[in-house]
Design a protein around this ligand. Structure first.
Ligand code: NAP
Length: 449
């Protein structure tokens, strides 16, 4: 019986656990550890609350965590002085790190840390009730917001800003965020790409959604679309990009009628400075760019300022080092070969990675399934050697408790779910997320369902 720890209970961690228990050739028991008392990683704390269908994936992930060979151990952080990688290797035959890419990439321009300028991740964490999110929330008594970047996270935050709070009422968005969103005076959301529309990273489904908001319209600038050579003749583009172009062209040809709020999609604008007035964000200065013929852009020396009292920088994630594990700072990933962690260029016995910390922050949730499978195949191929590793005979949960850690087990998570359902009921809403550590840990000790 191999004892395996999976560190992280987001999609990559749960798909890793699933691939391990779906096979029968090697008997395994899997502990899925998470820093938070709640499972599901970015499915709970990243997927936008109005994306109910993607959120419903929690049902599938739940099935894995409830499998008889799998245990959930929440509120356990790996990489701390109490639980460094070498300690985990004393407790488990193999450890698979599925810790994602937790940091935001930075713009590296003056003013990006001014009051009023945030990473999109901070905003996402806040409306997703992440217990580490800024408890003060976001001042939304402003007129104009700029979202830098044109990936799916940018679309998520632009959409949440453009939606009426009424539309978010049926979701699990925390009450405090809902109250602030109800008072929002945002009228314009500018979503700005440094390259052209045929190079934007958002997916067509997400783009179309912006055009279907009940109380907001979307606008594009035909002049900017025309700058993109592939726009006139998108036939050479991959299907996904061609579809994006078709949607944008439709909006340029038949501009949607103005409604309450406007999402303005802008292209070929590179941010150069976040500008302040009275010590707060007042605008973002961009340099107009043009295609350089290689897929990149060059500056034109022409500048434009877009008024904004709120700036959300949505330029991608970056992995962070886990103390004690090797790390490639340039790529923000752990060096590996087919999921086997490399120490000094050689596979380290018993250590594996899957998900964003393995391949970088790209792809949709489903991309993690084959990624996890590859890692598990490597682990299973190594099983005879792993089985020869000496590990402590004690139950890992007892070892953790003896180290002063307080794991939240599956019944604790079910108690949190029950408390969130009760909170929702008391507010006349569906289940509403608890947004602070003390509340979550209190609930985990509660009576449960
Ligand atoms: P992303 O897809 O990598 O997009 C990052 C955006 O930031 C790109 O437009 C990029 O432009 C731009 N950018 C990067 N550096 C910049 C700079 N210095 N100045 C200006 N712009 C800059 O990242 P993401 O939106 O954070 O998404 C991460 C992953 O999560 C993606 O795989 C995404 O599909 C996934 N996701 C999926 C969903 C969904 O399926 N609904 C929702 C959220 C996230 P360039 O292309 O020019 O570099």
């Amino acid at each position: 019986m191999l004892r395996v720890a999976v560190v992280g209970s987001g999609p990559s961690g749960v798909y890793t656990a699933q691939a391990l228990v779906q096979q029968t050739a090697v008997p395994v028991r899997v502990d899925v550890l998470d820093r938070l008392p709640c499972p599901y990683g970015l499915v709970r704390y990243g997927v936008a609350p109005d994306h109910e269908k993607i959120k419903s994936l929690q049902g599938t992930l739940r099935g894995v965590l409830e499998h008889e060979q799998v245990s959930f151990l929440g509120n356990i952080e790996a990489g701390t002085p109490e639980l460094p990688p070498e300690r985990l290797l004393e407790m488990y035959h193999a450890v698979v790190y599925c810790v994602g890419a937790a940091a935001d990439r930075r713009l590296g321009i003056p003013g990006e840390d001014l009051p009023g300028s945030f990473s999109a991740t901070e905003f996402v964490s806040w409306y997703s009730a992440h217990p580490d999110a800024n408890p003060g929330g976001f001042a939304l008594g402003v007129r104009s917001a700029v979202v830098v970047g044109v990936g799916n996270v940018a679309v998520d935050v632009a959409r949440v800003l453009a939606r009426g709070a009424q539309e978010l009422l049926p979701t699990d968005v925390p009450q405090r965020a809902l109250d602030l969103l109800s008072g929002s005076t945002v009228r314009e959301v500018h979503m700005v790409g440094r390259r052209g529309p045929s190079q934007a990273k958002f997916t067509t489904k997400e783009l179309r959604e912006l055009g279907a908001l009940p109380d907001a319209s979307v606008s594009v600038e035909p002049v900017e679309l025309a700058l993109d050579a592939a726009f006139d003749d998108p036939s050479g583009l991959p299907t996904a990009l061609r579809r994006n172009v078709e949607v944008l062209r439709g909006w340029a040809q038949a501009p949607p009628p103005p409604r309450g709020r406007t999402v303005r999609l802008r292209f070929f604008l590179r941010p150069v400075e976040v500008l302040a007035e009275a010590g707060r964000v007042a605008a973002v200065r961009f340099e107009r760019t043009e295609p350089d013929g290689t897929g990149a852009v060059r500056g034109t020396g022409v500048y434009e300022e877009i008024e904004a009292q709120l700036v959300l920088r949505s330029v991608g994630y970056h992995g962070t080092p886990l103390p004690g594990l090797p790390f490639d700072p340039a790529r923000g990933t752990v060096p590996h070969t087919a999921g086997r962690v490399l120490r000094d260029g050689r596979p380290a016995a018993g250590e594996y990675v899957a998900g964003w910390i393995k391949r970088g922050p790209t792809g949709v949730i489903g991309t993690n399934r084959p990624c996890a499978k590859e890692t598990v195949n490597s682990l299973l191929a190594d099983a005879p050697a792993l089985a020869r590793r000496t590990v402590a005979g004690d139950e890992p949960v007892d070892v953790l408790r003896r180290s002063g850690l307080r794991p939240v087990l599956w019944p604790g998570w079910l108690a949190i779910e029950a408390a969130e359902a009760a909170l929702g009921e008391s507010l006349g809403r569906r289940s509403v997320k608890i947004a602070d550590w003390a509340g979550l840990l209190d609930a985990a000790g509660g009576p449960g369902p």
